[in-house]
Design a protein around this ligand. Structure first.
Ligand SMILES: [Zn+2]
Ligand SMILES: [Zn+2]
Length: 261
C-alpha cells in the first residue's frame, strides 16, 4: 500500500526498546516511510533522528528543530542546529511554531525562535514543519511575515479550521492529518480533510501522542497511520489505496525524498 508517516517521534523516552520494534509493526501495516522529528530540550533527539535516517536512508528521513515548548532554550541550540540542518538526512526544519496552550516558553521567545527557524530553513532551502496550538492567528502572522513565498512546509497535526487552512494553502503549505481526524468531536478538522486539495494532503501519527480511534488514549505508534489514512480516505470518498498513493506522492514532493525500497 505504501503509506508515509510524515511526523513521528521515536525517541528512547517514548520507545525504550529503540525505534526498530514500532518500525517493524508499521512495515507490517503498510508503512514504507517515516519522517522522524528531532526536537527536545536538547539536540539529542535531532542527532538520533539523523543517525537513524542515515542508517536507513530508503525508509527514514529526519527533521531537526526547536519545538515552541523549548523556545526559551533556542539560543543554546542555535549554533549546532544550523549545522545539523545542513545534513543530507534532514529534510525539514522543525517542528517549530507557537504553542499558547501550554506556554512552556514565553510567547516572545516562541515567536523569535519560530522566525529564526524560518530564516534557517530559507538558508538551507528546506521546508518547515509547523506546530500550532491555541495560537492560530499569531502563527499565520509569523508565517506571512517570514515565509515570503520562498519557505513552505506543512501544518502538522492539523487541528484548526477551514479559514486557517485556506491561508496556509495560499502560503504554499501542506496540511497533515493526525489521529485527531478520527475523533468524533473534530468536525472542523474532518471538514478540512474532506475538502483540502488532493495535492496538499499528508498523514501522520505524531507518535507517541494522539492515537487514532480505535486506539485513542493509548500510546501511539507509526503503524496506526493506517487508521488515520482510512478515515481521511472515507471523508474524501476515495479508496485507502488512492489516499496512500496521493499522500505518499505529496510527501515525496514536499520533502524531496523517495521512500520505500
Ligand atoms: Zn507538534
Ligand atoms: Zn510532533
Amino acid at each position: 500500500m505504501g503509506l508515509v508517516d510524515t511526523h513521528c517521534h521515536l525517541d528512547p523516552a517514548y520507545f525504550p526498546d529503540g525505534p526498530e520494534p514500532p518500525m517493524a509493526r508499521a512495515r507490517e501495516a503498510g508503512v514504507v516511510g517515516f519522517v522522524v522529528i528531532g526536537v527536545g530540550d536538547s539536540l539529542a533527539p535531532a542527532r538520533a533522528a539523523i543517525a537513524l535516517a542515515s542508517s536507513l536512508p530508503k525508509e527514514v528521513a529526519a527533521t531537526a528543530g526547536v519545538h515552541p515548548h523549548d523556545a526559551r532554550l533556542y539560543g543554546d541550540m542555535e549554533q549546532e542546529l544550523a549545522e545539523l540542518v545542513k545534513n543530507d538526512a534532514v529534510v525539514a526544519v522543525g517542528e517549530c511554531g507557537l504553542d499558547y496552550h501550554y506556554d512552556y516558553s514565553p510567547r516572545d521567545q516562541q515567536r523569535d525562535a519560530f522566525a529564526k527557524q524560518i530564516a534557517l530553513a530559507r538558508s538551507v532551502k528546506k521546508p518547515i514543519v509547523v506546530h500550532t496550538r491555541t495560537a492560530a492567528s499569531e502563527t499565520l502572522d509569523v508565517m506571512r511575515a517570514e515565509c515570503r513565498g520562498d519557505v513552505r512546509g506543512v501544518i502538522h497535526c492539523f487541528s484548526e479550521d477551514r479559514a486557517f487552512a485556506e491561508v496556509a494553502l495560499d502560503l504554499g503549505f501542506y496540511i497533515s492529518f493526525s489521529g485527531i481526524v478520527t475523533f468524533k468531536n473534530a468536525k472542523a478538522v474532518a471538514e478540512v480533510a474532506a475538502w483540502a486539495p488532493a495535492d496538499r494532503v499528508l498523514v501522520e501519527t505524531d507518535s507517541p501522542y494522539l492515537a487514532p480511534v480505535p486506539f485513542r488514549g493509548k500510546p501511539c505508534e507509526p503503524a496506526y497511520v493506517k487508521h488515520t489514512a482510512m478515515r481521511v480516505a472515507e471523508l474524501r470518498g476515495v479508496s485507502l489505496e488512492e489516499l496512500a498513493q496521493t499522500s505518499t506522492h505529496n510527501a515525496v514532493a514536499l520533502f524531496g525524498r523517495e521512500f520505500g525500497a
